[in-house]
Design a protein around this ligand. Structure first.
Ligand code: ADP
Length: 629
C-alpha cells in the first residue's frame, strides 16, 4: 500500500486549530492525555484477552515506556496495549465521534477559546498533543492482527497513513516538538518524569522512563537503566495505615476532578463472602451541576484493579450523589455491562456498604468536627434532604444529620434536632416549624408572635426541598413535628385565657361574620386567634390542606391545580384596628375597605405575593384618604 493522504473531519480541524493556537498555559497535560490513552489501550487488551487468551501471551507484561531525545526534540510514548488497525486510525484519530464533544466545540465562545480547561473531559485528549508538537507519528499494530500502520500529521488539515513494520502489538507515539520555548521545555528528562508522576501516579501498569545514553570520559557510550515512575500500587488497595493524609487528598483531586480538598473520606476493605475495596470522599464544595439530579454521578468502578467504568450510578442513591471515589471488586467478572450490573447481588451489597460508610463518615464529622460539618451542611446538606422521600431505610441516621435555622439561632448558626429537643421548655410537647422563602421574611411572620412570647423555638425552613422533606419527616424521638401555619396550636392555655378567648368569640361574632362575607371568595373561615400578639391578622391553613408554599412550588413545576385551597383568616381581638372595627359593627357602620386591607396585610406579612396588588393599594389609599377628611 502506498501512502494515503486523508482530510480530518471538519470538527477535528476546528479543534486542531484551537489546539495549535491555544494560549492555554497548562500545556503539560498533553502528556497526561497520552499516558492515559496508553493505559486505556492496556486495559482494553487485558480485557479482551479474558475471552481470547491468544491476545495476550503469558510472557507479555503490559507496560508503558517513555523516552526523550533532547537534541532532536523528540518525545516518545509507547504501550503494548490493544493497538489500532487502519480503520481504527481513521475513525479514532481523524474524526470526533462523540456528540458531546461536537456540541462543546460548537458552543465554545470566542472568549473561551484560549481557556481550554475542558480538554480531556470532552474527549479531545489526543489532539491536545498539537499544542506542543509540529508533527506527530503513531506507529501501531492491533493485537491479533499482522499488518502495522504509521499515521502521521502536522495537525494542519490532513493526515497520512501507510503500512509500516512493527512486530509487537501496541502503539508508539512520537512527538516532534515545536521550535518554541513553550514546547521545547518538554525536551527534558526531568520535566517528563515530573509530569508523569504528577498525573499518572496511580495508573496500575508500570510506567518506565528510559534515560538517554551518555558518553563517559573515555568516549564510551553508557546505557542507563530504565526507571519506573509509578512505584505505588493503586492507593485504594494499600493499607490505610501506610497512606498519608496528603496522599488521600491528592487522590481525591484525581478521582473527583476537583482541585479543592475533601471534607472527609472513608477507606475500607471488605473480606468474607465477597472482597472489595472502597475509598469514598465527601467533597467540601458542591460539585459542578450537582443540583441536577440527572447529572452524571457515582463512583469509579474497578474490577481486580482494571478500570471498568466511571460514574457508576448503581453504587449510590441520588441523595448521596455528591460522593466521589473508587470501588474495586475482586468478585465481579471483568466483562460486565451496565445492564448486568444493575441487577447484580454483589453490586447491591457494595451499595449497602457505601451508603452505610457515607452516613457514618458524615456522623463522625458532625460529632467530632462541628464547624466543618456545619460548613458542609450549608454547602450540600439540601441533597441529603432528598433522602427523606427517596428511601425509608436510613431515616433515623438522616434525622440526626439534619441542621436547621430557627427563631433562636443567630446569623450563621444552625442546630440539630437533638439540640432543639434538649432546650424545649417542659410545657412544649411538639417540634414547631414554619416554612417560607427567605429566612428574614419568615422570621417576622406574625404566626411566630405567641411562640416568641412563650419562648417556644420554631424551626425556620427555607429550602424549597423542605416542603417535600416534611411530608416524610413526621417525628423525632417520639416528638411530632407541627407546622405552625396549620390547624390550631395547643398552648395549654390557663383557665383565664380560655375564658377570655370564649368571651371574645361571642363579642366578635358579628364582626367575624361580616369579614367572612366580604372575603368569601378568598377565605374559608374567619376566626379569633390565640397566636397573635402584635399583628392584627394572619393566615393559616386547615390541618389537612397543602401548604400555600407547596402550592406555589407545584405551580412553578407546572402542576398547578385549578382551584386554590381556601385558607383561614385569624384576627387579633386585642388589636386597636379590630377593636375599632367591632365598634363600627356595633354602630351598624359599613366596614368599607377594611376586610381587603386585613387580608392583604396578612398575605404580605407572611411573605406571600398579593393576588391583586392594585386592589390592595386602592383599598389602603381609600382608607388613608378617608382619614384625612
Ligand atoms: P479518548 O481517549 O477520550 O477516547 P482521544 O482523542 O484521546 O479520546 O483518543 C481517541 C481514540 O483513539 C481513543 O478512544 C482510542 O480508541 C484511540 N487511541 C488513542 N491513543 C491510543 C493508544 N495509545 N492505543 C490505542 N488506541 C488509542
Amino acid at each position: 500500500m502506498s501512502t494515503e493522504k486523508m482530510e480530518f473531519q471538519t470538527e477535528v480541524r476546528d479543534l486542531l486549530n484551537l489546539m495549535i493556537h491555544s494560549l492555554y498555559s497548562n500545556k503539560e497535560i498533553f502528556l497526561r492525555e497520552l499516558v492515559s490513552n496508553a493505559a486505556d489501550a492496556l486495559d482494553k487488551r487485558r480485557f479482551l484477552s479474558v475471552s481470547n487468551s491468544a491476545l495476550l501471551p503469558d510472557s507479555t507484561t503490559l507496560q508503558i515506556d517513555l523516552s526523550v531525545h533532547s537534541e532532536s526534540k523528540i518525545i516518545s510514548i509507547e504501550d503494548n496495549g490493544i493497538g489500532m488497525n487502519r480503520e481504527d486510525l481513521i475513525s479514532n484519530l481523524g474524526t470526533i465521534a462523540r456528540s458531546g464533544t461536537k456540541h462543546f466545540l460548537k458552543n465554545l465562545k470566542d472568549n473561551e477559546k484560549s481557556n481550554l480547561d475542558l480538554i480531556g473531559q470532552f474527549g479531545v485528549g489526543f489532539y491536545s498533543v498539537f499544542m506542543v508538537a509540529r508533527k506527530v507519528e503513531v506507529l501501531t499494530l492491533k493485537a491479533g492482527e499482522s499488518q502495522a500502520y504509521l499515521w502521521s500529521s502536522d495537525g494542519e488539515g490532513d493526515f497520512e497513513i501507510t503500512e509500516a513494520p512493527k512486530q509487537e502489538a501496541g502503539t508508539k507515539i512520537t512527538v516532534y516538538l515545536k521550535d518554541e520555548e513553550e514546547a521545547l521545555e518538554y525536551a527534558n528528562e526531568w520535566q517528563i518524569k515530573n509530569i508523569v508522576q504528577k498525573y499518572s501516579e496511580f495508573i496500575s501498569y508500570p510506567i518506565y522512563f528510559h534515560p538517554e545514553s551518555t558518553k563517559n570520559d573515555k568516549g564510551e557510550i553508557e546505557i542507563k537503566e530504565a526507571v519506573r515512575l509509578n512505584e505505588k500500587p493503586a492507593l485504594w488497595r494499600q493499607n490505610e495505615k501506610e497512606i498519608t493524609e496528603d496522599q488521600y487528598k491528592e487522590f481525591y483531586n484525581i478521582v473527583s476532578h476537583d482541585g479543592g480538598e475533601p471534607a472527609a473520606w472513608n477507606h475500607s476493605h471488605a473480606e468474607g463472602t465477597m472482597e472489595f475495596w472502597s475509598l469514598i470522599y465527601i467533597p467540601s464544595k458542591a460539585p459542578y451541576n450537582i443540583w441536577n439530579n440527572e447529572n452524571a454521578h457515582g463512583l469509579k468502578l474497578y474490577v481486580k484493579k482494571v478500570f471498568i467504568m466511571d460514574d457508576f450510578k448503581d453504587l449510590l442513591p441520588p441523595w448521596l450523589r455528591f460522593v466521589r471515589g473508587v470501588i474495586d471488586s475482586e468478585d465481579l467478572p471483568l466483562n460486565v455491562s451496565r445492564e448486568i450490573l444493575q441487577s447484580n447481588k454483589i453490586v447491591t451489597q457494595i451499595r449497602k456498604h457505601v451508603i452505610k460508610k457515607t452516613l457514618e463518615t458524615l456522623q463522625n464529622m458532625a460529632k467530632n468536627e462541628v464547624e466543618k460539618y456545619e460548613a458542609w451542611w450549608l454547602e450540600l446538606g439540601a441533597i441529603l434532604k432528598e433522602g427523606f422521600y427517596m428511601n425509608w431505610e436510613h431515616l433515623d441516621e438522616l434525622k440526626d444529620l439534619l441542621r436547621f435555622k430557627s427563631t433562636k439561632t443567630k446569623d450563621n448558626e444552625i442546630i440539630s434536632l437533638e439540640t432543639y429537643i434538649s432546650r424545649m421548655p417542659e410545657s412544649q410537647k411538639e417540634i414547631y416549624y414554619l416554612t417560607g422563602d427567605l429566612k428574614d421574611s419568615i422570621a417576622s411572620n406574625p404566626l411566630l408572635e405567641s411562640f416568641k412570647n412563650k419562648s417556644f423555638e420554631v424551626l425556620l425552613l427555607t429550602d424549597p426541598i423542605d416542603e417535600f422533606m416534611m411530608s416524610s419527616l413526621t417525628e423525632y424521638k417520639d416528638k411530632k413535628f407541627h407546622d405552625i401555619s396549620r390547624g390550631d396550636v395547643d398552648f395549654e392555655k390557663t383557665e383565664e385565657e380560655k375564658k377570655a378567648e370564649k368571651a371574645s368569640k361571642t363579642e366578635f361574632k358579628s364582626l367575624l361574620k361580616a369579614l367572612q362575607k366580604a372575603l368569601d371568595k378568598e377565605i374559608k373561615e374567619v376566626r379569633v386567634s390565640s397566636r397573635l400578639q402584635e399583628s392584627p391578622s394572619c393566615l393559616v391553613n386547615s390541618e389537612d390542606a397543602m401548604s400555600s408554599r407547596m402550592e406555589r412550588i407545584m405551580e412553578a413545576m407546572g402542576q398547578s391545580k385549578t382551584e386554590k385551597t381556601k385558607r383561614i383568616l385569624e384576627i387579633n381581638p386585642q388589636h386597636p384596628i379590630l377593636k375599632m372595627l367591632k365598634e363600627k359593627m356595633d354602630a351598624k357602620e359599613d366596614l368599607g375597605e377594611w376586610p381587603k386591607a386585613l387580608y392583604g396585610q396578612a398575605l404580605l406579612s407572611e411573605g406571600s405575593p398579593l393576588p391583586n396588588p392594585i386592589e390592595y393599594v386602592n383599598a389602603i389609599n381609600s382608607l388613608l384618604t378617608s382619614n384625612l377628611k
